[in-house]
Write a protein that binds this ligand. Sequence first.
Ligand SMILES: Cc1ncc(COP(=O)(O)O)c(C=O)c1O
Length: 404
Amino acid sequence: MPLSSKETLDLFGKYMIGNYGRAPLSIVRGQGSYVWDAEGKKYLDLLPGLGVDGLGHCPPRVVEALRKQAGEMLHIHNNYLIEGQARLAQALLKHLTGMGEAKAFFCNSGTEASEAAIKLARLWGKKNGGKWKIVSLENGFHGRTYGALTATGQPKLQAGTEPLLPGFAYVPINDAKALEKALEDKEVCGFMAEPVQGEGGIFPCTKEYLDAASALCKKRNVLLMYDEVQAGMGRTGDMFAYQTLGAPAPDILWLAKALGGGFPIGALLARPEVAEHLVPGTHGTTFGGNPLACAAGLAVIETIEQEKLLQHVRIMGEHLGKGLLGLREKFPKLVKEVRRIGLMAALDLTVPGKPYLERCRAEGLLINCTHDTVLRFLPAMNVKREELDEGLRIVEKVLGAEMK
Ligand SMILES: Cc1ncc(COP(=O)(O)O)c(C=O)c1O
Protein backbone atom coordinates (compact mmCIF):
# COMPACT_ATOMS: atom_id res chain seq x y z
CA MET A 1 0.00 0.00 0.00
CA PRO A 2 1.47 3.40 -0.92
CA LEU A 3 1.50 6.03 1.79
CA SER A 4 -1.11 8.77 1.60
CA SER A 5 0.04 12.19 0.39
CA LYS A 6 -0.30 13.41 3.98
CA GLU A 7 1.87 10.58 5.35
CA THR A 8 4.55 11.26 2.73
CA LEU A 9 4.34 14.98 3.50
CA ASP A 10 4.98 14.20 7.16
CA LEU A 11 8.03 12.09 6.25
CA PHE A 12 9.33 14.95 4.13
CA GLY A 13 8.90 17.36 7.03
CA LYS A 14 10.91 15.05 9.25
CA TYR A 15 13.64 13.77 6.96
CA MET A 16 14.01 15.87 3.83
CA ILE A 17 15.85 19.14 3.26
CA GLY A 18 13.31 21.73 2.19
CA ASN A 19 15.02 23.07 -0.92
CA TYR A 20 12.03 22.64 -3.24
CA GLY A 21 8.66 24.35 -3.18
CA ARG A 22 6.66 21.15 -3.42
CA ALA A 23 2.91 20.75 -3.87
CA PRO A 24 1.56 18.51 -1.10
CA LEU A 25 0.78 15.78 -3.62
CA SER A 26 2.39 12.38 -3.76
CA ILE A 27 2.28 11.30 -7.41
CA VAL A 28 2.58 7.53 -7.57
CA ARG A 29 1.70 6.47 -11.11
CA GLY A 30 1.79 7.87 -14.62
CA GLN A 31 0.68 6.86 -18.08
CA GLY A 32 1.02 9.10 -21.12
CA SER A 33 -0.21 12.58 -20.24
CA TYR A 34 -1.94 11.48 -17.03
CA VAL A 35 -0.73 10.85 -13.49
CA TRP A 36 -2.43 9.62 -10.34
CA ASP A 37 -1.77 10.69 -6.77
CA ALA A 38 -1.66 8.39 -3.75
CA GLU A 39 -5.36 9.00 -3.17
CA GLY A 40 -6.17 7.79 -6.68
CA LYS A 41 -7.03 11.23 -8.07
CA LYS A 42 -6.20 11.57 -11.77
CA TYR A 43 -4.47 14.64 -13.19
CA LEU A 44 -3.79 15.79 -16.72
CA ASP A 45 -0.08 16.56 -16.79
CA LEU A 46 0.78 19.21 -19.37
CA LEU A 47 4.27 19.62 -17.93
CA PRO A 48 5.33 15.99 -17.50
CA GLY A 49 8.57 15.80 -15.56
CA LEU A 50 9.36 19.46 -16.34
CA GLY A 51 10.18 18.44 -19.90
CA VAL A 52 11.86 15.15 -18.97
CA ASP A 53 8.92 12.92 -19.81
CA GLY A 54 8.88 14.20 -23.36
CA LEU A 55 7.03 11.10 -24.54
CA GLY A 56 4.64 11.22 -21.59
CA HIS A 57 4.86 9.02 -18.53
CA CYS A 58 6.15 5.46 -18.88
CA PRO A 59 6.47 5.41 -22.70
CA PRO A 60 6.21 1.71 -23.61
CA ARG A 61 9.35 1.49 -25.80
CA VAL A 62 11.46 3.16 -23.12
CA VAL A 63 10.06 0.98 -20.34
CA GLU A 64 10.68 -2.14 -22.40
CA ALA A 65 14.22 -1.08 -23.35
CA LEU A 66 15.04 -0.41 -19.68
CA ARG A 67 13.62 -3.79 -18.59
CA LYS A 68 15.65 -5.60 -21.23
CA GLN A 69 18.86 -3.71 -20.50
CA ALA A 70 18.42 -4.17 -16.74
CA GLY A 71 18.52 -7.92 -17.27
CA GLU A 72 21.78 -7.72 -19.21
CA MET A 73 23.93 -5.01 -17.69
CA LEU A 74 23.09 -2.19 -15.29
CA HIS A 75 26.38 -0.40 -15.20
CA ILE A 76 29.87 -0.63 -16.56
CA HIS A 77 32.31 2.21 -16.31
CA ASN A 78 33.79 4.31 -19.06
CA ASN A 79 37.13 2.52 -19.20
CA TYR A 80 35.43 0.02 -21.51
CA LEU A 81 33.48 0.30 -24.73
CA ILE A 82 29.74 0.66 -24.16
CA GLU A 83 27.84 -0.32 -27.28
CA GLY A 84 24.73 1.67 -26.31
CA GLN A 85 26.75 4.91 -26.15
CA ALA A 86 28.06 4.53 -29.66
CA ARG A 87 24.65 3.59 -30.98
CA LEU A 88 22.95 6.48 -29.20
CA ALA A 89 25.58 8.91 -30.47
CA GLN A 90 25.03 7.62 -34.00
CA ALA A 91 21.24 7.94 -33.69
CA LEU A 92 21.46 11.48 -32.29
CA LEU A 93 24.10 12.78 -34.65
CA LYS A 94 22.08 11.60 -37.64
CA HIS A 95 19.62 14.39 -36.84
CA LEU A 96 22.23 17.10 -36.39
CA THR A 97 22.72 19.52 -39.29
CA GLY A 98 25.60 21.84 -40.10
CA MET A 99 28.04 20.55 -37.48
CA GLY A 100 30.25 18.40 -39.69
CA GLU A 101 31.28 15.01 -38.39
CA ALA A 102 30.26 15.98 -34.84
CA LYS A 103 31.05 13.76 -31.86
CA ALA A 104 29.17 13.06 -28.61
CA PHE A 105 29.93 12.89 -24.88
CA PHE A 106 27.38 11.59 -22.36
CA CYS A 107 26.73 12.69 -18.79
CA ASN A 108 23.77 12.51 -16.41
CA SER A 109 21.90 15.80 -16.40
CA GLY A 110 21.48 19.23 -17.91
CA THR A 111 23.75 20.96 -15.47
CA GLU A 112 26.49 18.39 -16.12
CA ALA A 113 26.12 18.93 -19.84
CA SER A 114 26.48 22.70 -19.29
CA GLU A 115 29.62 22.07 -17.21
CA ALA A 116 31.06 19.89 -19.95
CA ALA A 117 30.33 22.62 -22.50
CA ILE A 118 32.02 25.29 -20.38
CA LYS A 119 35.08 23.11 -19.81
CA LEU A 120 35.32 22.19 -23.48
CA ALA A 121 35.03 25.86 -24.49
CA ARG A 122 37.89 26.74 -22.13
CA LEU A 123 40.03 23.81 -23.26
CA TRP A 124 39.52 24.94 -26.86
CA GLY A 125 40.03 28.61 -25.94
CA LYS A 126 43.34 28.04 -24.17
CA LYS A 127 44.68 26.54 -27.41
CA ASN A 128 43.13 29.32 -29.48
CA GLY A 129 44.79 32.45 -28.21
CA GLY A 130 44.61 31.81 -24.46
CA LYS A 131 40.89 32.64 -24.25
CA TRP A 132 38.75 31.54 -21.32
CA LYS A 133 35.79 33.86 -20.78
CA ILE A 134 32.16 33.07 -21.57
CA VAL A 135 29.30 35.35 -22.55
CA SER A 136 25.76 34.14 -21.87
CA LEU A 137 22.23 35.57 -21.90
CA GLU A 138 20.47 37.47 -19.16
CA ASN A 139 17.45 35.55 -17.89
CA GLY A 140 18.95 32.27 -19.15
CA PHE A 141 19.07 28.99 -17.24
CA HIS A 142 21.86 26.44 -17.51
CA GLY A 143 21.72 24.52 -14.23
CA ARG A 144 22.68 24.66 -10.58
CA THR A 145 26.30 23.58 -10.31
CA TYR A 146 28.87 26.35 -10.18
CA GLY A 147 29.83 26.70 -13.83
CA ALA A 148 26.26 26.32 -15.03
CA LEU A 149 24.96 28.57 -12.26
CA THR A 150 27.48 31.27 -13.09
CA ALA A 151 26.42 31.08 -16.74
CA THR A 152 22.80 31.45 -15.61
CA GLY A 153 22.14 35.17 -15.96
CA GLN A 154 19.68 35.40 -13.09
CA PRO A 155 21.13 37.06 -9.98
CA LYS A 156 18.25 35.82 -7.82
CA LEU A 157 19.33 32.20 -8.44
CA GLN A 158 22.95 33.00 -7.59
CA ALA A 159 22.32 35.12 -4.50
CA GLY A 160 24.06 33.91 -1.37
CA THR A 161 26.26 31.33 -3.09
CA GLU A 162 28.97 33.72 -4.31
CA PRO A 163 31.80 33.86 -5.21
CA LEU A 164 30.85 32.52 -8.61
CA LEU A 165 33.29 31.53 -11.36
CA PRO A 166 35.30 34.41 -12.79
CA GLY A 167 35.14 35.36 -16.46
CA PHE A 168 31.40 35.42 -17.20
CA ALA A 169 29.47 38.30 -18.78
CA TYR A 170 25.77 38.58 -19.65
CA VAL A 171 23.96 40.22 -22.53
CA PRO A 172 20.23 40.74 -23.20
CA ILE A 173 18.52 38.32 -25.57
CA ASN A 174 18.07 39.40 -29.20
CA ASP A 175 20.38 42.41 -28.89
CA ALA A 176 23.16 41.91 -31.44
CA LYS A 177 24.79 45.24 -30.60
CA ALA A 178 25.25 44.22 -26.96
CA LEU A 179 26.78 40.92 -28.04
CA GLU A 180 29.10 42.67 -30.48
CA LYS A 181 30.36 44.83 -27.63
CA ALA A 182 30.78 41.88 -25.25
CA LEU A 183 32.80 39.97 -27.85
CA GLU A 184 35.27 42.85 -28.14
CA ASP A 185 36.93 41.28 -25.11
CA LYS A 186 39.68 39.22 -26.75
CA GLU A 187 39.63 36.70 -23.90
CA VAL A 188 36.12 35.46 -24.70
CA CYS A 189 36.15 31.85 -25.93
CA GLY A 190 32.42 31.12 -26.11
CA PHE A 191 28.96 32.62 -26.41
CA MET A 192 26.27 30.37 -24.97
CA ALA A 193 22.50 30.69 -25.33
CA GLU A 194 19.34 28.67 -25.09
CA PRO A 195 17.81 29.03 -28.57
CA VAL A 196 14.53 29.17 -26.64
CA GLN A 197 14.74 30.29 -23.02
CA GLY A 198 12.59 27.79 -21.15
CA GLU A 199 12.83 28.39 -17.42
CA GLY A 200 13.12 32.09 -18.26
CA GLY A 201 9.54 32.04 -19.53
CA ILE A 202 9.61 30.75 -23.18
CA PHE A 203 11.54 33.48 -24.96
CA PRO A 204 12.93 32.34 -28.35
CA CYS A 205 16.04 33.89 -29.82
CA THR A 206 15.20 35.31 -33.23
CA LYS A 207 16.80 33.82 -36.33
CA GLU A 208 18.24 37.25 -37.12
CA TYR A 209 19.88 37.40 -33.71
CA LEU A 210 21.45 33.96 -34.00
CA ASP A 211 22.56 34.78 -37.57
CA ALA A 212 24.28 37.88 -36.21
CA ALA A 213 25.67 35.92 -33.23
CA SER A 214 27.11 33.27 -35.53
CA ALA A 215 28.74 35.91 -37.76
CA LEU A 216 30.16 37.74 -34.74
CA CYS A 217 31.50 34.51 -33.24
CA LYS A 218 33.18 33.63 -36.54
CA LYS A 219 34.70 37.09 -36.82
CA ARG A 220 36.13 36.92 -33.28
CA ASN A 221 37.00 33.20 -33.35
CA VAL A 222 34.57 32.50 -30.51
CA LEU A 223 32.55 29.27 -30.11
CA LEU A 224 28.79 29.41 -30.63
CA MET A 225 27.19 27.22 -27.96
CA TYR A 226 23.52 26.21 -27.72
CA ASP A 227 21.96 24.85 -24.55
CA GLU A 228 19.08 22.72 -25.84
CA VAL A 229 18.48 20.88 -22.57
CA GLN A 230 14.85 21.97 -22.53
CA ALA A 231 14.11 22.97 -26.13
CA GLY A 232 15.90 20.07 -27.85
CA MET A 233 14.82 16.49 -28.60
CA GLY A 234 11.82 17.36 -30.72
CA ARG A 235 9.97 19.78 -28.49
CA THR A 236 9.99 22.61 -31.03
CA GLY A 237 8.92 20.38 -33.94
CA ASP A 238 12.43 19.54 -35.14
CA MET A 239 14.92 17.37 -33.34
CA PHE A 240 16.88 20.50 -32.41
CA ALA A 241 15.45 23.95 -31.68
CA TYR A 242 17.99 25.81 -33.83
CA GLN A 243 16.59 23.91 -36.81
CA THR A 244 13.06 25.14 -36.09
CA LEU A 245 14.34 28.71 -35.78
CA GLY A 246 16.24 28.34 -39.08
CA ALA A 247 19.31 29.50 -37.16
CA PRO A 248 22.95 28.66 -37.89
CA ALA A 249 24.35 25.46 -36.39
CA PRO A 250 26.52 25.93 -33.30
CA ASP A 251 29.97 24.58 -32.49
CA ILE A 252 28.71 22.88 -29.31
CA LEU A 253 25.15 21.81 -28.44
CA TRP A 254 23.93 20.04 -25.33
CA LEU A 255 20.86 18.08 -24.31
CA ALA A 256 19.31 16.34 -21.32
CA LYS A 257 15.71 16.22 -20.05
CA ALA A 258 13.66 14.46 -22.77
CA LEU A 259 16.69 12.58 -24.12
CA GLY A 260 16.20 9.77 -21.61
CA GLY A 261 12.39 9.75 -21.66
CA GLY A 262 12.40 9.80 -17.84
CA PHE A 263 15.80 8.23 -17.22
CA PRO A 264 18.67 10.63 -16.36
CA ILE A 265 21.07 11.34 -19.19
CA GLY A 266 22.73 14.39 -20.69
CA ALA A 267 24.69 14.74 -23.91
CA LEU A 268 27.14 17.17 -25.38
CA LEU A 269 27.61 17.25 -29.15
CA ALA A 270 30.52 19.14 -30.69
CA ARG A 271 32.10 19.79 -34.04
CA PRO A 272 35.10 17.45 -34.46
CA GLU A 273 37.71 20.22 -34.37
CA VAL A 274 36.28 21.34 -31.01
CA ALA A 275 35.50 17.88 -29.61
CA GLU A 276 39.13 16.83 -30.06
CA HIS A 277 40.09 19.03 -27.10
CA LEU A 278 38.34 16.67 -24.65
CA VAL A 279 41.15 14.16 -24.29
CA PRO A 280 41.68 11.54 -21.57
CA GLY A 281 42.13 13.23 -18.22
CA THR A 282 40.32 16.47 -19.10
CA HIS A 283 36.78 15.42 -18.24
CA GLY A 284 34.68 12.42 -17.32
CA THR A 285 31.91 10.96 -15.20
CA THR A 286 31.37 7.62 -13.49
CA PHE A 287 27.72 7.20 -14.42
CA GLY A 288 27.59 9.18 -17.68
CA GLY A 289 26.29 7.22 -20.65
CA ASN A 290 25.64 4.09 -18.65
CA PRO A 291 23.97 1.22 -20.50
CA LEU A 292 20.53 1.85 -18.99
CA ALA A 293 20.56 5.54 -19.86
CA CYS A 294 21.68 4.83 -23.41
CA ALA A 295 19.04 2.15 -23.90
CA ALA A 296 16.42 4.68 -22.79
CA GLY A 297 17.83 7.35 -25.11
CA LEU A 298 17.82 5.01 -28.09
CA ALA A 299 14.21 4.05 -27.39
CA VAL A 300 13.28 7.75 -27.21
CA ILE A 301 14.78 8.49 -30.62
CA GLU A 302 13.21 5.37 -32.10
CA THR A 303 9.81 6.47 -30.77
CA ILE A 304 10.17 10.01 -32.14
CA GLU A 305 11.10 8.60 -35.54
CA GLN A 306 8.63 5.73 -35.77
CA GLU A 307 5.64 7.64 -34.42
CA LYS A 308 6.48 10.69 -36.57
CA LEU A 309 6.32 12.86 -33.49
CA LEU A 310 8.11 15.90 -34.93
CA GLN A 311 5.21 16.47 -37.30
CA HIS A 312 2.74 15.79 -34.49
CA VAL A 313 4.47 18.39 -32.28
CA ARG A 314 4.06 21.04 -34.99
CA ILE A 315 0.35 20.29 -35.38
CA MET A 316 -0.38 20.03 -31.66
CA GLY A 317 1.73 23.11 -30.99
CA GLU A 318 -0.42 25.16 -33.34
CA HIS A 319 -3.54 23.82 -31.71
CA LEU A 320 -2.26 24.73 -28.24
CA GLY A 321 -1.17 28.15 -29.48
CA LYS A 322 -4.62 28.86 -30.94
CA GLY A 323 -6.25 27.86 -27.69
CA LEU A 324 -3.96 30.06 -25.63
CA LEU A 325 -4.49 33.03 -27.96
CA GLY A 326 -8.22 32.46 -27.54
CA LEU A 327 -7.74 32.78 -23.79
CA ARG A 328 -5.85 36.03 -24.27
CA GLU A 329 -8.78 37.38 -26.30
CA LYS A 330 -11.27 36.23 -23.71
CA PHE A 331 -9.32 37.54 -20.72
CA PRO A 332 -7.39 40.60 -21.98
CA LYS A 333 -7.01 42.04 -18.49
CA LEU A 334 -5.49 38.86 -17.11
CA VAL A 335 -3.39 37.58 -20.03
CA LYS A 336 -0.57 39.86 -21.10
CA GLU A 337 1.04 37.69 -23.75
CA VAL A 338 1.18 34.23 -25.29
CA ARG A 339 4.58 32.93 -26.40
CA ARG A 340 4.97 29.59 -28.11
CA ILE A 341 7.22 27.51 -30.27
CA GLY A 342 6.25 23.89 -30.97
CA LEU A 343 5.06 22.40 -27.69
CA MET A 344 6.74 25.00 -25.46
CA ALA A 345 4.22 27.61 -24.47
CA ALA A 346 3.75 30.42 -21.99
CA LEU A 347 0.66 32.24 -20.86
CA ASP A 348 2.13 35.40 -19.37
CA LEU A 349 -0.31 36.93 -16.91
CA THR A 350 -0.64 40.48 -15.66
CA VAL A 351 -0.81 39.13 -12.09
CA PRO A 352 1.08 36.48 -10.10
CA GLY A 353 0.41 33.03 -11.52
CA LYS A 354 0.68 30.92 -8.38
CA PRO A 355 -2.97 31.13 -7.29
CA TYR A 356 -4.04 30.11 -10.81
CA LEU A 357 -1.57 27.26 -10.80
CA GLU A 358 -3.01 25.98 -7.54
CA ARG A 359 -6.56 26.23 -8.84
CA CYS A 360 -5.58 24.37 -11.99
CA ARG A 361 -4.17 21.62 -9.81
CA ALA A 362 -7.37 21.46 -7.76
CA GLU A 363 -9.24 21.10 -11.07
CA GLY A 364 -6.95 18.23 -12.12
CA LEU A 365 -4.41 20.00 -14.34
CA LEU A 366 -0.66 20.09 -13.70
CA ILE A 367 1.45 22.88 -15.22
CA ASN A 368 3.91 25.24 -13.55
CA CYS A 369 4.56 28.89 -12.98
CA THR A 370 7.91 30.48 -13.71
CA HIS A 371 9.08 34.05 -13.21
CA ASP A 372 6.09 34.87 -11.06
CA THR A 373 3.58 35.52 -13.85
CA VAL A 374 4.26 32.87 -16.50
CA LEU A 375 2.12 29.75 -16.70
CA ARG A 376 4.28 27.26 -18.58
CA PHE A 377 3.11 24.35 -20.73
CA LEU A 378 5.53 21.65 -21.93
CA PRO A 379 3.11 18.87 -22.93
CA ALA A 380 4.33 15.45 -23.94
CA MET A 381 5.29 15.31 -27.61
CA ASN A 382 2.63 12.65 -28.16
CA VAL A 383 -0.09 14.62 -26.38
CA LYS A 384 -3.53 14.18 -27.93
CA ARG A 385 -5.70 17.01 -29.24
CA GLU A 386 -8.44 16.09 -26.71
CA GLU A 387 -5.93 16.29 -23.88
CA LEU A 388 -4.88 19.79 -24.90
CA ASP A 389 -8.55 20.77 -25.16
CA GLU A 390 -9.19 19.38 -21.70
CA GLY A 391 -6.29 21.43 -20.31
CA LEU A 392 -7.39 24.59 -22.09
CA ARG A 393 -10.92 24.17 -20.70
CA ILE A 394 -9.55 23.94 -17.18
CA VAL A 395 -7.36 27.04 -17.62
CA GLU A 396 -10.33 28.91 -19.08
CA LYS A 397 -12.48 27.92 -16.13
CA VAL A 398 -9.80 28.99 -13.65
CA LEU A 399 -9.15 32.34 -15.35
CA GLY A 400 -12.91 32.93 -15.69
CA ALA A 401 -13.60 32.19 -12.03
CA GLU A 402 -11.16 34.92 -11.07
CA MET A 403 -12.95 37.48 -13.26
CA LYS A 404 -16.12 37.30 -11.21
C1 LIG B 1 18.12 25.04 -20.63
C2 LIG B 1 18.47 24.26 -19.41
N1 LIG B 1 19.76 23.98 -19.17
C3 LIG B 1 20.14 23.27 -18.10
C4 LIG B 1 19.21 22.81 -17.18
C5 LIG B 1 19.64 22.02 -15.99
O1 LIG B 1 19.27 20.71 -16.15
P1 LIG B 1 19.26 19.70 -14.90
O2 LIG B 1 18.15 20.14 -14.00
O3 LIG B 1 19.04 18.35 -15.52
O4 LIG B 1 20.57 19.80 -14.24
C6 LIG B 1 17.85 23.09 -17.39
C7 LIG B 1 16.83 22.62 -16.43
O5 LIG B 1 15.72 23.10 -16.38
C8 LIG B 1 17.47 23.83 -18.53
O6 LIG B 1 16.19 24.12 -18.77
